[in-house]
Design a protein around this ligand. Structure first.
Ligand SMILES: C[S@@+](CC[C@H](N)C(=O)[O-])C[C@H]1O[C@@H](n2cnc3c(N)ncnc32)[C@H](O)[C@@H]1O
Length: 155
């Protein structure tokens, strides 16, 4: 199953980018034997000040028709890492694509949120979207290690 992190804004080279690249590379390596991956980051950028609705139009254009759609949202479901891994495991048997949408400064437009199969929360606090990219990349890698029985996840 291809995995896309669909994010707003361009992330320049720096520590967050390094971590994301590293976790997604590890996810690809660990997930390959499980039918998970490859993972990619797709960035959309609306004109300055165009707002969340314009970002939503760009995001919808990048979501494959039959993809599982997960929107990252602080008001969403809280899942322990093994439960998140189980979701990925189930989704990969059902669809070719999973897309994880991370909003910009204003959040995710209702036109995108309304289509989501899952609203996933990393806790009730609001995190900067660049950090949410890193957290999601790490959880994807963690999920792959849980499914492969590796020693990375210890709880
Ligand atoms: C800075 S936040 C935007 C918050 C926006 N003010 C709102 O109320 O929706 C940018 C994006 O990061 C993601 N995000 C931030 N905190 C999160 C959390 N605790 N759990 C999941 N996603 C989160 C969401 O996708 C959000 O749209």
């Amino acid at each position: 199953m291809r995995v896309t992190i669909l994010a707003v804004g361009r992330l320049r080279a720096g520590p967050e980018r390094t971590l994301i690249d590293d976790f997604l590379l590890r996810f690809d390596r660990t997930g390959r034997a499980l039918g998970l991956g490859p993972a990619q980051v797709v960035e959309v950028e609306a004109k300055p000040g165009a707002g969340m609705a314009a970002e939503g139009v760009l995001q919808i254009a990048r979501i494959p028709k039959d993809a599982w759609l997960c929107c990252l949202d602080e008001r969403g479901e809280l899942l322990p890492s093994p439960a998140f891994a189980s979701r990925l495991d189930r989704w990969k048997d059902e669809r070719r694509d999973a897309v994880f949408v991370i909003g910009g400064a204003d959040g995710i437009d209702p036109s995108v949120r309304g289509r989501a199969d899952l609203l996933l929360s990393f806790g009730p606090m609001v995190w900067p979207h660049m950090l949410v990219r890193v957290m999601l990349a790490e959880q994807l890698y963690r999920a792959a290690t849980i499914l492969s029985g590796g020693p990375y996840h210890r709880a």
